[in-house]
Design a protein around this ligand. Structure first.
Ligand code: FPP
Length: 272
């Protein structure tokens, strides 16, 4: 039986994530709460970083404030005061950050909090520099901050759960792959708000090469995981990223039915 908090978390996942509801739902109890908690904590700060109507200084104040308080035992009150002036503006996933932390099993919550604090601090830095990306090194740092670090966190959660060992460096490349595909998918919207994640002089060709380089390592990461729920979890976003790239190349986007077809294909495949 699912408790109320787990139900709320799964509902929030359903409304915030196209990609991760299915893979997280397929995890075993315990690991499911840990990964759902990590997803929602990071989504909570991502919604601040990406917020369309919050001024830059407010985003920085909120992200720095979150980073400085999440690891403290008294965080619930501190976060409530931090969010209070913006409670009409912030997304519910952000306002309920303390609940998502409570969802995480005790024996691994510190790792999730460390990852959240680090990402919030680094997002504040990126907001401060207006996401200025000039070189491949800048892009690598950005994709590390918002996605590669998630790969590291997941690697630690697999180990925590049942001792499954996976490669940290390849996990970072896995995260970078997903993020770089998103950058391609969102290019027009990003341009419309005056932001570009393409380094100076880069077009689709260079970004395609960046994605391929990282995707090779993501494939290698997956190949090293034994069959089971962790393998299935990782295979879904990677297959969706591949499918999305194909769709973009053909000038379209994945529709809900395409997403389901891809998920069915990979979860029904041999290594399950
Ligand atoms: C080892 C391993 C599995 C590493 C991967 C780490 C990971 C999950 C990074 C997050 C990357 C990312 C771009 C999430 C948002 O995707 P989205 O916009 O497609 O998802 P959404 O539908 O949830 O918004």
């Amino acid at each position: 039986m699912m408790n109320e908090l787990t139900k709320d978390a799964m509902n929030m996942l359903a409304s915030t994530s196209r990609t991760f509801l299915i893979p997280i739902s397929g995890l075993v109890a315990g690991l499911k709460e840990a990964v759902a908690s990590a997803y929602l904590c990071m989504r909570a700060i991502d919604e601040v970083e990406d917020h369309p109507n919050l001024p830059r200084d407010v985003k920085m104040e909120l992200l720095t404030g979150i980073s400085g308080t999440v690891e403290q035992p008294s965080r619930r009150d501190a976060l409530q005061s931090l969010f209070e002036p913006y409670k009409e503006t912030l997304h519910e996933v952000t306002l309920r950050l303390s609940d998502w932390i409570d969802l995480c099993p005790n024996t691994t919550v510190d790792r999730v909090l460390q990852g959240t604090a680090q990402m919030a601090e680094q997002m504040a830095e990126w907001v401060g520099r207006n996401w200025k990306i000039e070189t491949e090194e800048d892009l690598d740092y950005y994709t590390y901050c918002v996605a590669g670090a998630v790969g590291e966190l997941l690697t630690d959660l697999w180990k925590w759960y049942d001792g499954t060992e996976t490669d940290r460096e390849k996990a970072v490349a896995f995260g970078r792959t997903l993020q770089a595909v998103n950058i391609v998918l969102n290019r027009k919207e990003d341009q419309a708000r005056g932001v570009t994640f393409f380094p100076d002089g880069w077009g689709m060709e260079e970004m395609g090469a960046y994605i391929r380089k990282n995707m090779e390592q993501a494939d290698a990461y997956l190949a090293e995981i034994p069959p089971g729920p962790i393998y299935r979890f990782c295979s879904i976003p990677l297959a969706l990223a591949r499918g999305s790239l194909k769709a973009v190349a053909a000038g379209s986007k994945l529709k809900r039915a395409d997403v389901l077809a891809i998920v069915n294909r990979v979860t029904g495949a041999l290594k399950s």
